[in-house]
Design a protein around this ligand. Sequence first.
Ligand SMILES: Cc1cc2nc3c(=O)[nH]c(=O)nc-3n(C[C@H](O)[C@H](O)[C@H](O)COP(=O)(O)OP(=O)(O)OC[C@H]3O[C@@H](n4cnc5c(N)ncnc54)[C@H](O)[C@@H]3O)c2cc1C
Ligand SMILES: *[C@@H]1O[C@H](CO)[C@@H](O)[C@H](O)[C@H]1NC(C)=O
Ligand SMILES: *[C@@H]1O[C@H](CO)[C@@H](O)[C@H](O)[C@H]1NC(C)=O
Ligand SMILES: *[C@@H]1O[C@H](CO)[C@@H](O)[C@H](O)[C@H]1NC(C)=O
Ligand SMILES: *[C@@H]1O[C@H](CO)[C@@H](O)[C@H](O)[C@H]1NC(C)=O
Ligand SMILES: *[C@@H]1O[C@H](CO)[C@@H](O)[C@H](O)[C@H]1NC(C)=O
Ligand SMILES: *[C@@H]1O[C@H](CO)[C@@H](O)[C@H](O)[C@H]1NC(C)=O
Ligand SMILES: *[C@@H]1O[C@H](CO)[C@@H](O)[C@H](O)[C@H]1NC(C)=O
Ligand SMILES: CC(=O)N[C@H]1CO[C@H](CO)[C@@H](O)[C@@H]1O
Length: 596
Amino acid sequence: MRSPALLLVLSGLAVPAFAAIYTKPLQLPRITYDYVIVGAGNAGLVVANRLTENPKIQVLVLEAGISDENVLPVIVPFLGPTATPNTPFDWNYTVTPQTNLDNRAFPYPRGKILGGCSTVNYMTHHYGSSDDYDKLARDTGDAGWSWNNMQKYIQAHEKFVPPADGHNTTGQFIPEKHGFKGVTSISLPGNSQGIDARVLSTLDELKSEFPFNPDMGGGDILGIGWAQSSIGNGTRSSSSTSYLRDANSRPNLHVLIHATVTKLIPNGFKNGRVSFGGVMFTSTNTAIRLPSFVYATKEIILSAGSIGTPQILLLSGIGPKKELSAMGIPTIIDNASVGKNMSEHVLVPNIFQVTGSESLDELLRGGSFLDTSLAQWTANKTGPLSNSVTNQLGFLRLPQNSSIFQTVPDPSTGPKSSHFEFVIANFWLNPGISVPATGRFFTIVTALISPTSRGFVKLASTDPFKAPIINPQLLSTAFDRFAIREAVKATKRFASASAWKDYIIAPFGSNNATTDDEIDAHVRSLASTVFHPIGTATMTKAGASWGVVDPNLKLKGAEGIRIVDASVWPTIPNAHTQGPTYLVAERASDLIKADQ
Ligand SMILES: Cc1cc2nc3c(=O)[nH]c(=O)nc-3n(C[C@H](O)[C@H](O)[C@H](O)COP(=O)(O)OP(=O)(O)OC[C@H]3O[C@@H](n4cnc5c(N)ncnc54)[C@H](O)[C@@H]3O)c2cc1C
Ligand SMILES: *[C@@H]1O[C@H](CO)[C@@H](O)[C@H](O)[C@H]1NC(C)=O
Ligand SMILES: *[C@@H]1O[C@H](CO)[C@@H](O)[C@H](O)[C@H]1NC(C)=O
Ligand SMILES: *[C@@H]1O[C@H](CO)[C@@H](O)[C@H](O)[C@H]1NC(C)=O
Ligand SMILES: *[C@@H]1O[C@H](CO)[C@@H](O)[C@H](O)[C@H]1NC(C)=O
Ligand SMILES: *[C@@H]1O[C@H](CO)[C@@H](O)[C@H](O)[C@H]1NC(C)=O
Ligand SMILES: *[C@@H]1O[C@H](CO)[C@@H](O)[C@H](O)[C@H]1NC(C)=O
Ligand SMILES: *[C@@H]1O[C@H](CO)[C@@H](O)[C@H](O)[C@H]1NC(C)=O
Ligand SMILES: CC(=O)N[C@H]1CO[C@H](CO)[C@@H](O)[C@@H]1O
C-alpha cells in the first residue's frame, strides 16, 4: 500500500500540535510528580486524562515511542493495517516458533507511539459480553467489575457519532446502549463494502445458525451485526486523539516521548511491604544514552501493555525468583505469576475468490483506485479509506452437543458468551501476507474467542532494549484445536447461502479443505493472532495464592504501584480488546481518585 499520493497528502495535512509533549528529559519542568504513568498507550492516557481533571494533581507520562502527529497510516482508517508490522511505530516483536502452527514464528505488533495499540490497531470497538464482566467480578470478589457497574463507564468513554457517509443508521445499533457525550468517537461503517446486502440476506436465510444481532457493542454479543469502530469524521479516534487531545491544555499534565522505562525503584518499606517511588528511564533522543530518574509521591501507574508491563516488572526484580536468579536479577518481590497465563485470540483467514469488481483488493495494490480514494478522503474524509476493515462481525457458540464437551468443560465465560468470531471483509484480509498481484477476494476471518491455551512472556536478556521472549502457545489444547476447526466449518456453511452463489467462484488455496485433517492443516499453515494478549499481570482476589494485582489493581506485596492495562484481565473477553481496556482504565481512574 505505498503510493506517491501518500506523501502528498501527508505534507498537506494540518493536525494541530500537541502542547504538553516534551521530547528530551532536560525539558521536564520537574522531576517529582504526584503520579508517574509508564506508557502513553490505550489505558495510560485515559488515566492521565482523568487524574489531571483535578488541577492540583501533577502527572507525568513516560512513553518509549514517538508522536502520532501527521503519521498518515494511523490517521486514515483503511490504512490501519499498514501501520504494522515493522514500522517506526511498532515494537517489532516476533512470537517464538509455534509448535502447533507448523513451527512458524510471525510478527507480533504492538504500538510504540502516543496512544499505543489504540493508534495502530484495526479500530474494531466493543466491550464484550456481560458474562465477561460478571465472571471478572466473581473471580476477583469485587462486584465493582460486574457488567451492571461497568456500563456507566461506556457513557464516560464513548461519543457515538454519525458514520462518514452520513447514512441512516436506524436498525444498525441500539442508541440506549451507547454514550454520546464521552471522549472517544465511535461510529458504524462509513462506506459500503459492496457485500453488505449479501451478508444481511445470509443472516435472514440461515437465521437459526447465524442470527442478526441489532447491536454488537456489548452485553449481548451473540449473533452477527454491524461493526462499530473507533472512528469519527472518517478519521481514527485513538486514546491519543481523544483522551490526550482533550487534556492537552492542562498545565498539570506532562508527557515525555522517546523515554524507555527500564526499572521501577524501591524507596523503603511501608505497611510491611516494599514501597516504590522512583522510575528509571533512558531517552533515545539524546546524544548519550544515560539513565534518568523521576519520582512519584503518590503512585506509579504501570500501563506498558501485556508485553511491556511484565518486562518492566521482571527487570525490576518483581517476578518468579527462579527465573530472576537465573538472569542475575536480585528478587525484590517473588511472584510466580508475572508474565504467565498469557491468553490470545487465534486468527485464521478463510479466503474465497470472487467475481465482479466490488471487492476492495485494488486498494491494497496501490494503483489508481488508491489514488482517487486518497483524493476523496483528503477532500472530505469519505469513501473507502474512511472505513475500517470490516462492516459486519459476529460471535457464535459451538452447539451444546458438540463432542468436545464430553471431555472438556465449556470454557466460555457464560451462556451469553461465544466460542468463536467471524470478521467479514470484502477483500484479501490475511494479516502479514500480501494480496496476490491479480484476483478478487472475500474473507471470513475466524477467531477463537474462548481459548484454553496459556502462554508466557519472559526476559530474553537483562538489557531493557532487547525484546522479551513471547510464546502464546497457540492451539496447545484439544479444545482450542476443536473450536477453531468448527469455526472454519461454520464459514463454509455461511458461504453456501444463496446470496453468494453469483459471487464466490471458489475457496482460495487451502481454504478448499473439507476433511478434518485438511482443515487442521489449513489452520496450522495460516493461523496467527488477533493481537489481543491479556493475562500477564492477572488480577485475582486479595489474598489469593496466585496473581499479580489485587482487584483494586495494586501490585500484590508492594506499595505505590498500580497496573492499568490489558494485562490485568484474567480471562480474555468476547471482544477486540481496546474497548475492555478503556473500561478498565476508566474504573481504575476512579479507584485511584478514591485513594487520594
Ligand atoms: C495490529 C493490531 C490490531 C489490533 N486490532 C484491534 C482492533 O481492531 N480492535 C481492538 O479492540 N483491539 C485491537 N487490537 C488490540 C488492542 O489495540 C490492545 O489490546 C489495546 O490497545 C492494549 O492497550 P494497553 O493499554 O494494554 O497497551 P498499549 O496500548 O500497547 O500501551 C502500552 C504503551 O506503553 C508503551 N511502553 C511499553 N513499554 C514501555 C517502556 N519500557 N517504557 C515506556 N513506554 C513503554 C508502549 O509504547 C505503548 O504506548 C489490536 C492490536 C494490534 C497490535
Ligand atoms: C521496527 O522496524 C522499523 C522498520 O525497520 C524501524 O524503523 C523501527 O525502528 C523498529 N523499531 C524498533 C523498536 O526496533
Ligand atoms: C431512517 O430510517 C428509518 C426507518 O428505516 C425512518 O423511520 C427514519 O425516518 C429515517 N431517518 C431519516 C433521518 O431519514
Ligand atoms: C467532526 O466534524 C464535525 C462537523 O464538521 C465537528 O463539529 C466535530 O468537531 C468534528 N469532530 C472531530 C472529533 O473532529
Ligand atoms: C494460571 O491461572 C490458573 C487459573 O486459571 C491458576 O490456577 C494458576 O496458578 C496460574 N498460574 C500462575 C503461574 O500464576
Ligand atoms: C466527497 O468528495 C467526493 C469526490 O472526491 C464526492 O464524490 C462526494 O460527494 C463528497 N461527499 C461529501 C459528503 O461531500
Ligand atoms: C447435535 O444436535 C443436532 C440437532 O439438534 C444434530 O443435527 C447434530 O447431529 C448433533 N450433533 C452431534 C455431534 O451429536
Ligand atoms: C487445495 O488447494 C491446494 C493448494 O492450496 C492444492 O494443493 C490442493 O490440490 C487442492 N485440493 C483440492 C481437493 O482441490
Ligand atoms: C504465585 C505467587 O507467587 N503469587 C504471589 C505474588 O505476590 C504476592 C505478594 O507477595 C503473593 O501473595 C502471591 O502469593
